[in-house]
Design a protein around this ligand. Structure first.
Ligand SMILES: Cc1ncc(COP(=O)(O)O)c(C=O)c1O
Length: 408
C-alpha cells in the first residue's frame, strides 16, 4: 500500500531519541538527554501575552503570511543583514521545516548536502525526488564544504540546477561557516542556489554573525524562524526570505502552500509581530551567554586525546569524535553509550557521515533554562559553580561520558 519512495524512511531520528529517552525515564531511569535539542528557555513573556491577546483572531490569513508580520520580518532582517528586503520577499510557514519540504518538492535539480547536515534535509530531498550529492566535510575545514568540493560536483554536469544547503551555526557541529566568500563565488559562477538555514543565527557566540546572503543575496534563500532564539519550537512559525531574483521559486512555494497548509495559525502570526518589532536583545544575550558557557564547559571537560571536538561557536550542539576501534558504526557506539552511561547522543551517521566515523551529536540543553536565566541576569561571566548549580545534569553527563571514553 506504500509508495516505494516512503517505504525506507523512518521517523526523524531526533524525535525518535526523544521518545526512547522518555520511555526509559518512565521506567524510572535517569537519562541525560543530550540527544534531542530544543531551546531550554521560555518564550519572552510579552510575546506570550500577545498570543493571549490575539486568541480571538479567527480568519484565514493570506497564504504568504500576515502583511504586518512580513513587514516586521523584512525590516528586522534588512537591519541585521544590511540588505533591503521587502515584505514581498517574506513567506511565513508552519516552521521552516515545512517550507524546506515545499522547496524540495518544487525544485528540479541536484541537492548538495554537506555532511554533517541536519537530519531532515536528506529525507526531504528523497521525497522531493531529487538526486542528493553528499560532501563529506573535514574537521580542519570547520566541518563546512570548501568551494572546490562544491565545484567538483557541479563540473560533472554544468547544465543541471543545484541547490546547496548551508546551515550556520551548524546543527550538529556547532561551527560557523567562515568561507562564505569563496562559496558565494561558486554560486555566482554556476546554476547554484543556496538555502541558508540560519535558524541558530541569533545564538552565535560571537557578535557579528555573517550570512552568505551578504555575499550573494540574489542566489540565497534565507530560512529561519521563531523556534530556536525565542524558545518557541512548538509554536511552529518559520519563514523564508526569497530575493526578487528567485521570484519564480517564491511564487511556486506560495502555490504549494495554498494547496497544503493554507496559512499559519492566525494568533501565532499576530503574536510573532511583537517578536520581530520589540527589542529582545537582553533575552537573546542572556540565552547566548548561558549557552556559550555551558557549551564551553562541555568542550573543556570532555576533550582529550580520545575525544576530539571543535570548540562550539553557536547554537545548542557540539560534535565529539570518540577515538576507538571497538565499534563498527557510530550508531552501535551511541547504543553502547546509552546503555553504559544513560547519556543519549545521536550518531554521526544520522547527519550523513560515513557510519564508520565515530562521531556523535551532543546537545547541551538538558537544564532548566528559565531558572538559569532568572538567576544570572546581570552576571557577565558564568563560572563552573553556576553551571553545577543550574545545569547539574550537564556536569554529571559529561563526567560519565569522559569516564566511558577512558574505558574503551
Ligand atoms: C538546522 C535546523 N534547521 C531547521 C530546523 C527546523 O526548524 P523549524 O522549527 O522552523 O521547523 C531545525 C530544528 O530542529 C534545525 O535544527
Amino acid at each position: 500500500m506504500l509508495k516505494n519512495i516512503v517505504k525506507n524512511l523512518e521517523p526523524s531520528s531526533t524525535l525518535k531519541i526523544n521518545e526512547i529517552s522518555r520511555q526509559l525515564e518512565e521506567k524510572g531511569e535517569k537519562i541525560f538527554k543530550f540527544g534531542f535539542g530544543q531551546s531550554p528557555f521560555q518564550i519572552p513573556i510579552n510575546i506570550v501575552n500577545e498570543l493571549k491577546n490575539n486568541a480571538y483572531q479567527n480568519k484565514y490569513l493570506p497564504m504568504q503570511g500576515l502583511k504586518e508580520l512580513r513587514e516586521a520580518v523584512a525590516k528586522y532582517t534588512s537591519t541585521n543583514k544590511n540588505y533591503n528586503y521587502k515584505s514581498e520577499n517574506v513567506i511565513i510557514g508552519p516552521g521552516s521545516k515545512e517550507l524546506m519540504f515545499l522547496l524540495h518538492v518544487l525544485f528540479d535539480g541536484d541537492v548538495i548536502l554537506p555532511a554533517p547536515s541536519w537530519v531532515s534535509y536528506a529525507p526531504q530531498a528523497i521525497l522531493g525526488r531529487n538526486n542528493i550529492q553528499l560532501i563529506q566535510t573535514k574537521r580542519e575545514n570547520n566541518w563546512f564544504p570548501t568551494s572546490s568540493e562544491i565545484e567538483e560536483i557541479i563540473l560533472k554536469d554544468k547544465n543541471k540546477n543545484y541547490l546547496l544547503f548551508l546551515n550556520s551555526p551548524n546543527n550538529p557541529s556547532g561551527q560557523i561557516c567562515k568561507n562564505l566568500q569563496e562559496i558565494s563565488d561558486i554560486a555566482k559562477k554556476y546554476n547554484l542556489i543556496i538555502l541558508s538555514d540560519e535558524i541558530y543565527s541569533e545564538l552565535s557566540f560571537e557578535e557579528g554573525f555573517k550570512s552568505i546572503s551578504s555575499f550573494c543575496p540574489e542566489k540565497t534563500i534565507i530560512s529561519t524562524g521563531l523556534s530556536k532564539w525565542c524558545g518557541a519550537g512548538g509554536w511552529r512559525l518559520g519563514y523564508f526570505i526569497v530575493p526578487d531574483s528567485l521570484n519564480i521559486l517564491k511564487n511556486s512555494i506560495n502555490v504549494l502552500a495554498s494547496e497544503t497548509f493554507s496559512a499559519v495559525s492566525a494568533p501565532i502570526q499576530y503574536a510573532a509581530i511583537t517578536a520581530y518589532t520589540n527589542d529582545h536583545s537582553k533575552y537573546i544575550n542572556n540565552s547566548r551567554n548561558i549557552l556559550k558557557a555551558v557549551g564551553n564547559y562541555v568542550y573543556e571537560n570532555l576533550k582529550s586525546n580520545k575525544v576530539l571536538i571543535n570548540k562550539p561557536q553557536g547554537g545548542f550542539y557540539l560534535m565529539p569524535e570518540f577515538i576507538n576501534k571497538k565499534f563498527n558504526t557510530s550508531s552501535e557506539m551511541c547504543d553502547n553509550i546509552l546503555k553504559e552511561t544513560s547519556v543519549a547522543l545521536l550518531p554521526g551517521s544520522d547527519f550523513g557521515f560515513n557510519k564508520t566515523k565515530m562521531l556523535a551529536r551532543l546537545s547541551f540543553t538538558d537544564f532548566n533554562g528559565q531558572d538559569f536565566m532568572n538567576n544570572t541576569q546581570n552576571i557577565k561571566k558564568i563560572n563552573n559553580d553556576l553551571i553545577l548549580k543550574f545545569a547539574p545534569k550537564i556536569v554529571e553527563g559529561v563526567n560519565r561520558l569522559k569516564k566511558w571514553s577512558e574505558s574503551i
